[in-house]
Write a protein that binds this ligand. Structure first.
Ligand code: PGA
Length: 271
């Protein structure tokens, strides 16, 4: 596991965007061999998306041969609902880059057979040979995608009930009215995420400090599903300083030192 510690949210987002763009460029995707990118919604990735749009406008990166799979979607919100993740992705990212509509995959929370929809999604990911890079955020309770505490660490895409905590946190997008927040969602599983070749997770702010501690220093446990990343061969957590508030000083120093030791910033960004 790598833990990249950046000064603040902007620097963390710039690092993530540059890393993603470099991964796409190094891959040299084509129509027949696209780069497969897993994507999140939420407040955290917004600046990363803005930075990716900027890199696209600078012609540093293209999404023409990128296929995306989003992590999750609420059950019962159609794609034009302003709080649906379909709407979020098009209004914050996809509309501003050269991605092809047919290359965008987002779970359909309005499907008549939700279990079948989840199965179809897993099969589609498999048909591309898996996900090359999964970008994620993290919940205050350590969830990755909507894999709430006590989700199986070997879970695949499925229907999940949201915890009270998550409903309360997400009610900020629903007029602070918890009754308006859908109580279920479709979500990729923990194993869907950890099956990706690379996983990068963005963690910013003091409210996420306990989750970062659990992900890095805690035991691997279904209590904090983010801890499953400890078993991944290429997991990169990108945190800002305040998210590190619960790390041991020695852990914090270890990651600061190792990332600073012998690599110049551009090499670091490329790694
Ligand atoms: P946030 O959500 O980015 O809005 O904090 C992250 C998450 O719940 O996974």
């Amino acid at each position: 596991m790598r833990v990249i510690i950046e000064k603040d949210y902007n620097d963390l987002s710039a690092w993530a965007a540059r890393y993603i763009a470099n991964q796409i460029n190094d891959f040299k995707p084509t129509k027949d061999k696209p780069f497969v990118l897993g994507l999140p919604t939420g407040s955290t990735p917004l600046a990363t998306y803005r930075e990716l749009i900027r890199l696209y406008n600078e012609k540093y990166v293209s999404f023409e041969n990128v296929v995306t799979f989003n992590m999750d979607e609420y059950v019962g919100l159609d794609e034009n609902h302003p709080q649906s993740y379909h709407y979020f992705m098009w209004s914050n990212f996809f509309s501003f880059v050269d991605i092809k509509k047919e290359n965008v995959n987002i779970l359909n929370g309005m499907a008549s057979d939700l279990d079948q929809e989840c199965k179809r999604y897993e099969e589609k990911i498999k048909s591309y040979g898996g996900i090359d890079l999964f970008l994620g955020g993290i919940g205050v309770d350590g969830h990755i995608a909507f894999n709430e505490p006590f989700s199986s660490l070997t879970s695949k895409t499925r229907v999940k009930s949201l915890t009270k905590d998550t409903i309360i946190v997400n009610s900020r997008f629903f007029d602070n009215d918890i009754s308006k927040v859908p109580s279920t969602a479709l979500t990729v599983g923990v194993e869907t995420i950890t099956s990706a070749k690379t996983v990068i997770v963005l963690i910013n702010g003091h409210t996420k400090a306990r989750a970062l501690h659990a992900a890095v220093e805690g035991p691997v446990s279904q209590t904090w599903t983010c801890s499953a990343l400890q078993l991944h061969k290429c997991a990169i957590l990108i945190a800002d300083e305040t998210a590190c508030d619960e790390l041991k000083v020695s852990t914090y120093r270890y990651f600061k030192d190792i990332e600073n030791s012998n690599l110049d910033p551009d090499t670091l960004l490329k790694k």
